[in-house]
Design a protein around this ligand. Sequence first.
Ligand code: TEU
Ligand code: CA
Length: 541
Amino acid sequence: MYWWQESVVYQIYPRSFKDSNHDGIGDLQGIISKLPYLHYLGVDMIWLCPVYASPNEDNGYDISDYFDIMRDFGSMADMDQLIAEAKHFGIGIMMDIVANHTSSEHAWFKEAKKSKNNPYHAYYIFKENLGEIPSDLQSIFLGSAWELSPDTNEFYLHMFAKGQPDLNWDHKSVRDAIYQILNWWMDKGIKGFRFDVIDMISKDLDKKKISDGPNLHTYITEMNQKSYGSRDVLTVGETWGATVEKALKYSNLDGSEFSMIFNFSHILLDQAQGKEKWDFIDLDLLSLKRVLAEQQIQMHGRGWNSLFWNNHDLPRIVSRWGNDKEYRVQSSKMFGTLSHFMQGTPYIYQGEELGMTNVVFEDLNDYRDIETFNMINQRLNQGYEMNSILDSIHKIGRDNARTPFQWSSQAHAGFSDVEPWIKVNPNYIDINVEKQMHDQDSVLEYYRKLIKLRKNSEYQDLIRDGDFELMYEDHPDVFAYNRKLGSQRLEVICNFHGKVITLPYSTKSKRVLLSNYEEVLDQQDLVLRPYAAIVLTAGDE
Ligand code: TEU
Ligand code: CA
């Protein structure tokens, strides 16, 4: 068993977590001041989105110096203080490593573009200018993935923004430089890494393959051996193209690659086949159950899952597949229940534990995300109506998850005492930490219970290791499963929709361990109110 199999990770988007110095931008001292809150919640790892020096074209995912801290966020002394004070609370820090690309302001790229003979030229992916763009390859942020670099009259590859040139991992010096960065941060005492778009580091451009290239696993294995493999850290790869078979390879328990990956198969289910993320379809619950059950069953004893619904790139799950109006509290708890009783390491994205929702800005000027703006420009050119563009942003845009964290009902949600870099969600008056702390019915207190059950209860072994089996597999509204270990058994029964469901079910000799309603058990059947989540214990205890 590995320690991270019992961890709960909390993801912080530093820009939006807590501002300490009155500039409207979250920062490291802000995070330090909120460590007691994270300790109260009960998490033991923080995944810190990038805090390195960056010109911020993509909010820190464009790094200009891996050994320095973004001025907006503080200094390296603040970072050392964060690592030390978090440790004091039993919380480890995971750094977000963006190694598929750097910022175009990174010293390597500034050198690389000067001349073909520059030793750093081979660090990036250049193609000669033969009078036209090298290929029709599209950036994930839309538009061509090639940009002309005038000094050498070549095109360079950027799979994201123009300010994010892709590194050439086939060049050994690049790989060694990345391993050096990892070792440097581990020497500082950090306890893990999240690897940004790691499945893109090996490409086969001739075949227009921009991820899962021929050397992917060779490079990950090498990175493991030359950096974190000999240290006791949690590693998680961001892999949009993962399937269960691939996940088994990445997270195989011999420890040769990563601890785990983010498998997005469930998250991609409402994306129309072969279409852009901005065109979505209704979620089919039966597919969701099938995909998650497959992960649970296939990975059991052979790999390790990460469990998540949210992150800084995704709309809030309560708004996406739950109900963020009438049943906001119930559906937020329902999603928490579904993932926290599965096998794997849960990731909580800041604000999820409050049931924070998507935001609806009507004025485009209130948005900040580069991906959103690229989409607006492209779609306006293609003749889309503004209404349909806004609709896509409201449903899928990344800024939904990036509004300031809601600490209190004070001005600016207690996030800052000045106008924040992005507007707060107006619902902060109702949804905030101050209101939810010590309110036994709040989403926050419910998440504390979920964490406690997994980390410190008679069920912790079962939650970590137990077998998984779907129940009511073909039911169109119910997502239910059981977990078994020895003589212990838990049944997790969730109503995924807003209607009342009656399930034929004998509740005799069952006990409610947790529920998002005050449940009275009937002997004959189980009545599930809208978005109900019930966890029952059975077995011969
Ligand atoms: O994201 C990778 C990625 O492809 C998507 O999450 C992307 O942001 C978008 O949702 C696809 O339409 C990672 C980071 O999580 C993201 O914040 C960065 O912008 C991106 O890499 C580039 O570093
Ligand atoms: Ca600040």
